[in-house]
Write a protein that binds this ligand. Structure first.
Ligand code: FES
Length: 324
């Protein structure tokens, strides 16, 4: 619920799709304070005309200092396919009134000393950036790995490099390189170790699986997802996937995608969005004994004869043989 009326004081495009927005009280009155990982609920109008609130993580300041008490700083990713909340905010003019709530923190930075690995995917950089600022200020060491489709989509790249120095890793999922390998990064963390990840549902699952495989307990892995988990459709059925190169097979249950099942089985397929939008994850289909249900928004009709987005698409029963 919006409790404070602030105005849009400044904007800055930090990538072609992500806009930083500085919100200030009109009279300079202080807003409630918060720690890294916190978010505020912001009143938005959706494309269908309805009104609601959406959560936006708070940056807390810039690489050079904290924001004053009358200021909240957020970053909003304009999503063409979303319900319209992000477009509403990105289209506001300077001086526009915005309703915000008191901050709430479901993803707090633990205060005890630890060797820390921060991982961000896409717009998930916002709470991770806030954590990096705090850790840097307190002189606590950390490694920050940032995953995005390519370098142009990475917000605050120079700032992150300044904060993390040689411990910043920028990983482009669209490059020919292998996916970010989290396991060795997590393994390198001497005890006590902590991992904080904010990304897509698929990235978070991959990080949890890799960090667990590296020996960290679930208590040492903290996550926040910027999108809700994919809806399990009632028509989903289990099926078998066989990988041609290894000849190995695994069962994909009704409640998980091919991508999730591969990640949980120790494979490292390439992916980014986990929503069938970015076009990074498609694999070549060698054969399918059932009907392939394409649920992506990226493959062209002719590509669907031979490719499948493993993050969202499925087989209706039977066995799917993939070139992997
Ligand atoms: S991970 Fe983006 S389309 Fe599958």
């Amino acid at each position: 619920m919006a409790q404070y009326d602030v105005s849009l004081a400044a904007v800055r495009d930090v990538t072609p799709a992500i806009r930083e927005m500085v919100l200030k009280t009109r009279d300079g009155a202080p807003l409630p304070s918060y720690g890294p990982g916190a978010h505020t609920e912001i009143a938005v109008k959706l494309a269908d005309g309805s009104e609601t609130t959406h959560p936006y993580s708070l940056l807390g300041g810039t690489v050079t200092g904290d924001d004053p008490p009358d200021t909240y700083r957020i970053a909003v990713e304009r999503r063409a396919d979303g319900a319209g909340g992000s477009r509403f905010l990105c289209d506001l003019d300077i001086g526009a009134s915005i309703g915000v709530s008191a901050p709430r923190n479901d993803f707090p930075l633990e205060t005890h000393p630890a060797n820390r690995l921060l991982i961000a995917g896409g717009i998930g950089i916002v709470p991770i950036f806030a954590m990096a600022r705090r850790l840097k200020r307190e002189g606590r060491a950390f490694t920050l790995a940032y995953v995005a489709r390519d370098l142009d989509q990475m917000a605050y790249r120079d700032e992150i490099a300044a904060l993390a120095g040689g411990h910043a890793i920028f990983h482009e999922e669209s490059s020919a390189a292998a996916p970010l390998d989290v396991k060795p990064l997590a393994k390198k963390l001497a005890y006590p170790a902590e991992v904080d990840v904010c990304g897509s549902y698929a990235l978070n699952r991959a990080v949890v699986a890799a960090a667990s495989a590296a020996g960290l307990s679930r208590m040492q892995i903290h996550e926040q997802c910027f999108a809700p988990p994919p809806v399990v459709r009632p028509e989903n059925t289990p099926f078998t996937v066989k990988l041609k190169s290894s000849g190995k097979s695994f069962e994909v249950p009704a409640e998980a995608s091919i991508l999730e099942t591969m990640l949980m089985s120790g494979y490292t397929p390439k992916f980014y969005c986990g929503r069938g939008e970015c076009g990074i994850c498609p694999m070549t289909v060698i054969s399918a004994s059932g009907t392939v249900e394409h649920r992506d928004h990226t493959l062209k009709p002719d590509e669907r004869n031979s490719r499948i987005c493993i993050c969202v698409s499925r087989l209706k029963g039977g066995e799917l043989v993939l070139d992997g």
